[in-house]
Design a binder for this molecule. Sequence first.
Ligand code: NAD
Length: 296
Amino acid sequence: MTTIAFIGLGNMGGGMAANLAQAGHVVRAFDLSGDAIEKAVGAGCLAARSMLDAVVGADVVVTMLPAGQHVRGIYLGGDGIIANVADGTLLIDSSTIDIDSARTVTEAAEAKGLHMVDAPVSGGVAAAAAGTLTFMVGGTDTAFGLAKPYLETMGKNIFHAGAAGNGQVAKVCNNMLLGIHMIGTCEAFALAEKLGLDAQTFYDISSTASGQNWSMTSYCPAPGPVPTAPSNNDYQPGFSAAMMLKDLRLAADAASKAKSATPLGAQAEALYALMESAGKDDLDFSGIMKLINGSL
Ligand code: NAD
């Protein structure tokens, strides 16, 4: 039986830890929030008193934290995970963080002879609970092979994206493209309506023509054509505009460091920042339709 330390039991980590416990692993759960630990215990995990209580002696450590500063803070330094786990412990960070932090932490782990992957996810809270996440994994072939069985317990699509940090590269590039085509789709539906073409008719035509894209056919930002889309539920998330803005900022930062031109990514970031300054970033990211059509 494998002992897994799971750190970060929030919206995503809570469901992921529960799936590992339900698969028969011993899951030592830790979060700064006592409520989050209590929920995890209700789902079959064991409560850890501290981060070190969870990780010392564990076979595998999984972290699901908000941002790069939290991941660096918890892995590095004398009190960190890397300095305190046993030889042979496998480290999996599934947080969405900046690429430099992911590579720095993995280098530190490898310097101690540990295997580590960055394994950010696509799919929201519902996919985390259902165990149907997509994992984009960076790390050596060996580390990927070791991590895969655990990732398969929490997800249904597991991709090896290459060396350390490449999981984060895949994540930010994908989400930058998603933000861009969501905004483009909103513009097209808003314009069609102003010009006298209703959303369903435009959808029927464009979804089988060259404007077709995922934001339109799986997540249509105009109410009506895709019944399961958040647009039919007052734009309740789903995947919030705040989360999209976080990922667009990570993409912009990475693009600047790589000297790669991302003018549309920058524009998408600026538009989602307007959602934030309007206090509407708790809406689903498709709610940017309201900014575009003037109904925010
Ligand atoms: P969340 O804020 O709900 O959960 C993060 C948890 O980490 C919190 O419970 C917090 O208390 C805990 N935490 C922070 N610092 C800690 C520490 N030092 N020790 C122990 N616990 C600590 O966030 P979330 O929605 O679960 O997202 C987690 C990660 O997944 C983020 O990087 C996010 O970008 C990414 N992500 C989220 C979604 C989504 O739909 N929510 C989708 C894909 C990816």
